[in-house]
Design a protein around this ligand. Sequence first.
Ligand SMILES: N[C@@H](CCC(=O)N[C@@H](CS)C(=O)NCC(=O)O)C(=O)O
Length: 211
Amino acid sequence: MSEVTLYDYWRSSASYRVRIALNLAGIEYKTVVVNLLDKEHRSDAHLERNPQGFVPVLEIDGHSFTQSLSILDYLDETRILGFLPQEAALRAKVRSLAHSVAVDVHPVCNLGVVGHVMQLTEGREGVREEWMQHFIRKGLVAFEELLSEFEQSPFVNGEKPGLAEICMMPQLYNAERWKVDYSDCSQIVKLRDACSKNQSFIKAHPDAVNF
Ligand SMILES: N[C@@H](CCC(=O)N[C@@H](CS)C(=O)NCC(=O)O)C(=O)O
């Protein structure tokens, strides 16, 4: 296999998803830092890689991929990682869980979106925190409710973590960063504790890769 390169930023949740997946797949990769605070994602070089100006971008198998969920699908399909259950209805439900955070919560809390909110509110104090806390808490409460359909033994799909956990853990990192209390979400806490013992998640954590 040719060299695998991840264009990454340590605090990016979408990149964090891909780091977890690469670790679960046992794929060695090279990191190229795209510093969001220095606006490197808006540079010509990065816009050429991803016209959306987002991280992650993954170069693998002679391809360059954007969109973390597509990347997770690609890795799952080509490396047979079992990120989703076999049965179609269960598979749809696991996708719902994952999308509830990756498609609905994450985009409204994105750097560019929140930056624009701050501009519109002329940088009013407390707006950023309130915005983050509102959307993250709402999303996690729904995630907890959706989790009640699964046995969690210990993971949503059974013995191995998959798409739901890969999307949930970066969202919990953000929850902690923005001081969102989710201690009343007992199923999330149980799942978090199981993921926190897994080396693929430990190695992908922003504090472990802080470059
Ligand atoms: N749907 C995209 C979202 C990617 C995304 O939002 N990346 C963030 C970091 S987590 C980013 O690059 N933000 C830059 C910005 O908002 O300008 C994916 O899942 O890959």
